[in-house]
Design a protein around this ligand. Structure first.
Ligand code: PFF
Length: 464
């Protein structure tokens, strides 16, 4: 059955704008900050391999399903799930899946904004030449000093949250297009420059090997499920922005004649490409300058500045790099706030402006807990066999990326493949009843949900 609904929030002006916006959401701190540090913490090449597997077997099919739901429902994720569930003769409680996403979005945004704040602080540090000629100890000291100062973290967190609220309050479609069209390619080119620098370092090949050749020796004293599979799965969801309604809401602005399959592949390819490039740029520097790959969330902030301090025009490139990273984080953070804001506009009849400020304020408040996680309130804890150092920040991160997003993803997979009628999904994907459709349906029915469930329950030790 063909759906003719339209969104009250308007539509993207073309398919490419959707691709740009969704890529803007996907490419962000997740690729350049989170991917390298998780790779370093969780076994290098083996982690990357499992990550790629999760992107292909779970990420892309679930992204297709999520865009499909968004475009068919044409509302915020809560109302979309509610409407589609009723249309398919299912329980309206499916709207809770929308809620799960909106809450995950708040939690991610709360800490995302703090890390984006680190990026802004680094624009100034690199721009003022703080890293010229510095070694690993010096960059580590500069980074430690930053995160041990809650006042500065609070300042930049507040600043970044304002930027996010500002764009969302004006409607994401107006500002986003220009930002993504020029800044994303610029970031990509700058990453290539960094890869060029990495090639000139002594340990370039070691860095490549670390990323692409799984070292099973490293895995000997690790638990494969909790140390490699679950973080890789969580990273795939986090990086692709799936499982929480962000891509769903962007899908709700997509015109009917645009191919969901093609779009999903392009977005996933761009996203994965940026993450891999970031890895290639960072690990040779990490090894050449004697840093620990498992250094945690500070990894890019202590490794890349060494390179900026050494390379020709390093101050310029360094400053530009962190500016572009801030923009990449910005185009992601607005997609984290958008689902909650559209809900408030649709269901609470608020103006977009008011909704953006209220929702942004709640996320900002929650972010204070992350600000303190790196200094006054830092504590260690263990989950699924892994130890974490940074208290509430890590709790928020693990809770969202490793639990809420995969859970949301599985429910999206079950809804689209087991509960929605076949004709609705065929109509929406526009693949007719072809081989491509059958492959998608098989993966989304069996492989994706089972994969997530097996990884999750093994990681928390339920099957061992
Ligand atoms: N994908 C973003 C990144 O990699 O930085 C983060 C993100 C945005 C996660 C939107 C989830 C989301 F819904």
């Amino acid at each position: 059955m063909t759906s003719t609904r339209t969104s009250i929030h308007g539509q993207w002006s073309s398919r490419w704008v959707f691709i740009l916006a969704a890529t803007g959401s996907a490419v962000g701190l997740g690729n350049i900050w989170r991917f390298p540090y998780l790779t370093g913490e969780n076994g290098g090449g083996a982690f990357v391999l499992v990550y790629l597997f999760c992107v292909v077997m779970m990420g892309i099919p679930i992204m297709m399903a999520e865009i499909l739901l968004g475009r068919r429902g044409r509302k915020n994720p809560i109302n979309t799930m509610h409407t589609l569930a009723i249309e398919e003769g299912l329980s309206p409680n499916w709207r809770l899946l929308g809620w799960l996403g909106v809450i995950a979005g708040f939690i991610i945004l709360s800490y995302y904004s703090v890390i984006a704040g680190w990026t802004i602080a680094f624009i100034f540090k690199t721009g003022m030449g703080d890293f010229v000629g510095s070694n690993a100890d010096q960059t580590t000291a500069i980074f430690s000093e930053l995160i041990s100062n809650p006042k500065i973290l609070l300042f930049w967190h507040t600043f970044f949250m304002f930027l996010t609220i500002y764009i969302v309050s004006r409607g994401v479609k107006s500002g986003l297009e220009q930002a993504v069209k020029f800044l994303m390619p610029a970031l990509f080119i700058l990453l290539l420059v960094m890869v060029g620098y990495a090639m000139s370092t002594e340990r370039f090949l070691d860095g490549l090997k670390y990323l692409f050749v799984p070292d099973f020796g490293v895995l000997a004293n690790k638990n494969l499920f909790s140390d490699v599979f679950l973080p890789a799965l969580g990273q795939a969801f986090f990086s692709l922005s799936i499982g929480m309604g962000a891509i769903m809401i962007y899908g709700s602005y997509l015109s009917k004649d645009s191919s969901i399959t093609f779009n999903s592949f392009v977005i996933a390819l761009a996203d994965t490409g940026v993450a891999i490039l970031a890895g290639i740029a960072i690990f040779p520097i990490v090894f050449t300058y004697g840093l620990e790959p498992s250094g945690g969330p500070g990894l890019i902030f202590v490794s890349l500045p060494i390179a900026f301090g050494q390379m020709p025009l390093g101050t310029f490139f360094g400053c530009l790099f962190f500016i572009l990273l801030m923009f990449a984080a910005w185009t992601s953070s607005i997609s984290l706030l958008e689902p909650a804001v559209t809900w408030m506009v649709e269901n609470r009849k608020m103006t977009r402006y008011r909704a953006a400020y209220i929702a942004g304020f709640i996320a900002w408040l929650l972010g204070l807990l992350t600000v303190l996680s790196f200094n006054h309130w830092a504590f260690k804890f263990s989950f699924a066999g892994k130890t974490y150092e940074n208290g509430l920040f890590d709790i928020f991160d693990v809770l969202t990326a490793n639990i809420m997003l995969p859970l949301g993803g599985v429910l999206i997979a079950i809804f689209t493949s087991w509960l929605m009628s076949r004709s609705s999904t065929i109509d929406e994907l526009g693949l007719s009843d072809s081989i491509a459709y059958k492959i998608w349906r098989f993966i989304i029915r069996y492989v994706a949900p089972l994969g997530v469930v097996v990884i999750f329950f093994n990681a928390i030790g339920l099957f061992s």
